[in-house]
Design a protein around this ligand. Structure first.
Ligand SMILES: NC(=O)C1=CN([C@@H]2O[C@H](COP(=O)(O)OP(=O)(O)OC[C@H]3O[C@@H](n4cnc5c(N)ncnc54)[C@H](O)[C@@H]3O)[C@@H](O)[C@H]2O)C=CC1
Ligand SMILES: O=C([O-])CC(=O)C(=O)O
Length: 350
């Protein structure tokens, strides 16, 4: 069922520790939340991080930072929270000169909700963070976890564009959890250590926009025809599986913290100049008919070095991709329209 070829670079990509000490300042926005806390913990353990700023609207955020600061790693941790008398000043302070900003801020799903149902709450959260980031750290690498990712990344890019600060090579929607899940499920099905599996997942990050490419898995796997639909659906609906299992107490947090830390680690490895760092991510791209798309991207010192695009896919995957593109188009437009609302209102006739 499976040929046993282990790719050493892939294994390295999943170890958060390295012998090299570097100097990255990382800000987590939404650091007091279900994802934010374990993600901040993993970043505190990462030797590539020397400064860790934890920001959240929750007033106990300095407490989270204080807790983390007692861990015996060399990085310095600072906590910031929203003070309504100071407006967005603490957010700007938290973001100031950050190299990498990871954003799990916003509301998670409850059973029965789609990710798009979060748009009403989370679109303005992302907009505010990027308005401040365009002033405080326009050259950072941004990793957006907040849902709906399909619409939040376009919002972020539009806000940066309006401020003349958009560098599309540096803005990422984090879809790593889809890859992590696909690797795990394939590993389970094929009886292989999931750490050795890499399944590219393209498209977007919700329902049918999630397109796992089992035909391109490494090591090569053969998914039995009668199991392919169910496996594809499981990857597409894995977030909902967790939402249902948590029964009203949020969505995936721990697996997302792992995925966010894995993605941030790979961004920093690439910033350091390590070659051949490739991750799937949802980014501004011209590799399909839509303006934002998740695909494998080669990371480098300036962010995206090369978008590897869709690549070879089979007939089954082509059909999945067509369905995904239709939905993606709508999700992207929704984000773009939201970000430009004010501008349109201002320019509209009285
Ligand atoms: N990209 C992905 O694969 C995944 C994305 N998510 C998304 O991540 C987001 C966070 O999920 P959880 O951590 O479970 O939620 P949570 O509710 O546990 O934590 C969210 C945190 O964001 C903070 N927050 C809210 N508004 C904020 C603002 N304006 N500025 C800064 N912080 C703010 C809250 O105070 C809270 O501490 C949700 O939108 C969820 O749907 C969750 C799992 C996977
Ligand atoms: O399903 C959700 O709402 C959270 C999420 O994006 C995921 O777990 O993939």
């Amino acid at each position: 069922m499976l040929s046993r070829i282990v790719r050493p670079t892939l294994t390295a990509a999943r170890n958060f520790s390295t012998s090299q000490q570097n100097n990255y300042k990382v800000t987590v926005c939404g650091a007091a939340g279900g994802i934010g806390q374990p993600l901040s913990l993993l970043l505190k353990l990462n030797p590539l991080v020397t400064e860790l700023n934890c920001y959240d609207i929750a007033p106990f955020t300095p407490g989270v930072a204080c807790d983390l600061s007692h861990i015996e790693t060399a990085s310095k941790v600072k906590g910031y929270f929203f003070d309504r008398f100071a407006g967005q000043e603490s957010l700007k302070d938290a973001l100031n000169s950050a190299d990498v900003v990871v954003i799990p801020a916003g509301v998670p799903r409850k059973p029965g909700m789609t990710r798009d149902d979060l748009f009403g709450s989370n679109a303005s959260v992302v907009k505010t963070i990027f308005e401040c980031a365009s002033v405080a750290c326009p050259d950072a690498i941004f990793c957006i976890i907040t849902n709906p990712v399909n619409s939040c990344v376009p919002i972020a890019c539009e806000v940066l564009k309006k401020a003349n600060k958009l560098n599309p090579r540096r803005v990422f929607g984090v879809s790593t959890l889809d890859i992590v899940r696909a690797n795990t499920f394939v590993g389970e099905m094929c009886g292989v250590n999931p750490k050795e599996v890499n399944v590219p997942v393209i498209g977007g990050h919700s329902g049918i926009t999630i397109v796992p490419l089992f035909s391109r898995a490494t090591p090569k796997v053969t998914i039995p025809a009668d199991k392919l639909d169910a496996l594809t659906k499981r990857v597409q609906e894995a977030g909902t599986e967790v939402v249902k299992a948590k029964a009203g107490h949020g969505s995936a947090t721990l697996s997302m913290a792992y995925s966010g830390a894995r993605f941030a680690n790979n961004v920093m490895r690439a910033l350091m100049g390590e070659p051949d760092v490739i991750e799937c991510a949802y980014v501004m791209a011209d590799v399909t008919d839509v303006d934002y798309f998740a695909s494998p991207v080669k990371l480098g010192k300036c962010g995206i070095e090369q978008n590897c695009g869709v690549g070879d896919i089979n007939e089954y995957e082509t059909k999945l991709l067509c369905d995904a593109l239709e939905q993606l188009k709508r999700d992207i437009q929704k984000g773009v329209d939201f970000a430009n609302q004010d501008q349109k209102c201002k320019g509209a006739p009285e």
